[in-house]
Ligand binder design. Structure first.
Ligand code: G
Ligand code: G
Ligand code: MN
Ligand code: NA
Length: 254
């Protein structure tokens, strides 16, 4: 209750912050970014999203929070259209199940895209397998509507949920994101290695792009490359940083 009311206040006062983390190709070049929320409350200190997102979901606060995140992403992409080095960089945002199921979601994303005059393919939505368990037909319909507007979809934390393989090919997905738990233990746990390898093969066969999350060491990177993975995200390439700082770093290194 304490966190919930503090969160409600933070939303009203626009105290949540958007951080960006780079995604890179096999040459280490930045090819996209993921937006990740950060929140520091004056009294409670820094609270991580793993803690406040479930509270936002349960309380309904995820609706205004999610709206703010999408607006922030579209504004950022709009600003990037003025900067040559950044104008082709897509931005991914995390979408909670409750947010995706909310009646006004498609219209809201459409409104933000139109207002920012964005080219297609730059806004990416990360959904999770949990979103797919109920009402798959409604989910697919919504995804297709958004796809027509130029939105791309990644399946986040892939391998940890209940997505059936039969669903996978029904979905208008662009990419699978290999959950960081598999990458973390891949070098020491044969099961995690084989799961990683299987996800990469699955993506290849279904014509999805695939990205490994949570890459922290060169050894993990080399092993993932050997398995055929070509896109990576993790502390090895950059921790999440405030948007302005991230942009400066990107422009300096490009
Ligand atoms: O950034 P971090 O690893 O602390 O994020 C923890 C969790 O919070 C992850 O599952 C991430 O997807 C989620 N998260 C971070 N930012 C957002 C956001 O803007 N919206 C939603 N729905 N989840 C987010
Ligand atoms: O569930 P989702 O994939 O959206 O969450 C990503 C979370 O993982 C973010 O909270 C981000 O801060 C965190 N993260 C990103 N890169 C790394 C990494 O290399 N190692 C670890 N442990 N966490 C990471
Ligand atoms: Mn994510
Ligand atoms: Na993830």
């Amino acid at each position: 209750m304490l966190i919930e009311s503090a969160l409600r206040r933070a939303v009203q006062h626009q105290e949540l912050e958007a951080y960006l983390q780079p995604q890179v190709n096999e040459h280490g070049e930045v090819i996209a970014a993921e937006l990740l929320l950060r929140w520091t409350d004056p009294d409670l200190g820094t609270i991580c999203p793993a803690e406040f997102i479930p509270i936002a979901e349960a309380s309904g606060l995820i609706i205004p929070i999610g709206t703010w995140v999408i607006e922030q992403a579209c504004r950022t992409l709009r600003d990037w259209q003025q900067i040559d080095a950044l104008k082709h960089i897509p931005l991914a945002v995390n979408i909670s199940p409750r947010q995706f199921r909310h009646g006004g979601f498609v219209a809201q994303v459409e409104h933000c895209l139109l207002e920012a005059h964005l080219p297609e393919g730059l806004l990416e939505l990360e959904i999770t397998e949990g979103m797919l368990i109920d009402n798959i037909d409604v989910t697919v319909k919504r995804m297709c509507k958004l796809g027509d507007l130029g939105v791309r979809f990644s399946l986040d934390d892939f391998g940890t949920g209940y997505a059936s393989l039969a669903y996978l090919k029904k979905l208008p997905l662009y990419q699978l994101k290999i959950d960081q738990s598999f990458v973390r233990d891949m070098l020491t746990d044969a099961n995690d290695e084989v799961i990683t390898k299987t996800i990469i093969g699955l993506a290849e066969n279904l014509n999805f792009s695939v990205i490994a999350e949570g890459v922290e060491t060169v050894k993990q990177l080399e092993h993932l490359k050997a398995l055929g993975c070509k896109k990576f995200q993790g502390y090895l390439f950059g921790k999440p940083a405030p948007i302005v700082e991230w942009q400066q770093r990107f422009i300096e290194s490009s």
